[in-house]
Design a binder for this molecule. Structure first.
Ligand SMILES: NC(=O)c1ccc[n+]([C@@H]2O[C@H](COP(=O)([O-])OP(=O)(O)OC[C@H]3O[C@@H](n4cnc5c(N)ncnc54)[C@H](OP(=O)(O)O)[C@@H]3O)[C@@H](O)[C@H]2O)c1
Length: 305
């Protein structure tokens, strides 16, 4: 599917990706699940969602390996994004280069479509890591540069450093779902619009809670009821409605629901053709409205990465 309605630009990088991708943080090797991962990748490509998100830290590199094997078995081209982990013991450009080379090796690629700084962490600032990113772009190892879990100030610093090398900041990957609308109140969504940077939404279905009868366990039954009502009226599912809402919220948003089974990918892809009405959008907006001051940080704990 290459129809412009189902693709979105990674900022001003010149690269377009499917409007919905696939998160692979639960993919692993050494299990009998490889067939399921390969089928999941094939379902994603069939549905026009061939944009896969991984990271060196997901199952200690085994998500990248499982992704490589699935892509090898399928044979069709895929768009791949991975992430550099700025652990405290990593402080040099050489360590960055070594980590990137290992990721490329595990993925069986000479270059990545998108490479993120996974989270901001001292001792090296976001700006310092962006210099290493710029070198990797010049070396042809990365097509586009992203950051993740960064606030507006960090976005601006990253973009400023990259601009010195003539490279646009392509994406900020942050948690964003109907259960976590923080990017609307901490300024990240507005900054993505102003700076023309993609907001890649991780955890877009609340780790599967969105489809449950009471998202997040309690206190969101109005949201669950509204999603169910809209879904019933549109012969869709609650997850499809939730993803369609994120897609309609802003053209810069690219959700990457995690999926390790083809049925989930096929279901999620239904959101690409589900155009919510203004009334449906507003009804869901009301019952999921973010509360300023309640959770206004994009900082994540290690377990959330
Ligand atoms: N940058 C960061 O710090 C960061 C943090 C978290 C995640 N991420 C990335 O973002 C991706 C998505 O986040 P996430 O996986 O944590 O959360 P998520 O996408 O909100 O939820 C994934 C969970 O929902 C389930 N699911 C998917 N589609 C479903 C459907 N249609 N119906 C019911 N359940 C469904 C999945 O099941 P199955 O797995 O069984 O298919 C999985 O258990 C990750 O895979 C990762 O690539 C990045």
């Amino acid at each position: 599917m290459n129809d412009s309605g189902t693709e979105r630009p990674l900022g001003r990088s010149g690269i377009s990706v499917p409007a919905l991708g696939v998160g692979t943080n639960r993919w692993n090797t050494g299990t009998s699940d490889q067939v399921r991962f390969t089928d999941t990748l094939a379902a994603a490509l069939d549905a026009g969602m061939g944009f896969f998100d991984t990271a060196e830290i997901y199952n200690e590199g085994r998500s990248e390996l499982a992704l490589r094997e699935a892509a090898r078995q399928d044979g069709r081209p895929v768009l791949l994004a991975s992430k550099f982990a700025p652990f405290p013991h990593r402080a040099t450009a050489a360590q960055f280069g070594w980590a990137l080379d290992k990721t490329l090796e595990r993925l069986g690629r000479e270059s990545l479509d998108l490479y993120y700084l996974h989270w901001p962490h001292l001792p090296r600032s976001v700006a310092a890591w962006m210099k290493a990113m710029a070198s990797a772009v010049k070396a042809g190892k990365i097509r586009a540069v992203g950051i993740s879990n960064c606030d507006v100030a960090q976005m601006r610093r990253a973009a400023d450093v990259l601009a010195r090398y003539g490279i646009p900041l392509a994406a900020n990957q942050v948690q964003y779902s109907l259960l976590h609308r923080t990017p609307e109140i901490d300024g990240v969504l507005d900054a993505c619009r102003q700076m023309d940077v993609a907001l890649v939404a991780h955890r877009p279905v609340g780790k599967g809670a969105i489809g449950a009868s009471s998202p997040a366990g309690s206190g969101r039954t109005a949201l669950a009821d509204t999603l169910r009502e809209v879904a019933a009226a549109r012969s869709a599912t609650a997850v499809q409605v939730a993803l369609a809402w994120l897609l309609k919220r802003d053209d810069h948003v690219i959700p990457i629901p995690g999926a390790a089974r083809p049925g989930h990918v096929r279901e999620n892809s239904g959101a690409l053709s589900l155009e919510l009405s203004e009334e449906e959008f507003a009804a869901i907006d009301r019952v999921s409205a973010p509360v300023p001051g309640a959770d206004a940080s994009n900082a994540v704990s290690k377990s959330a990465r």
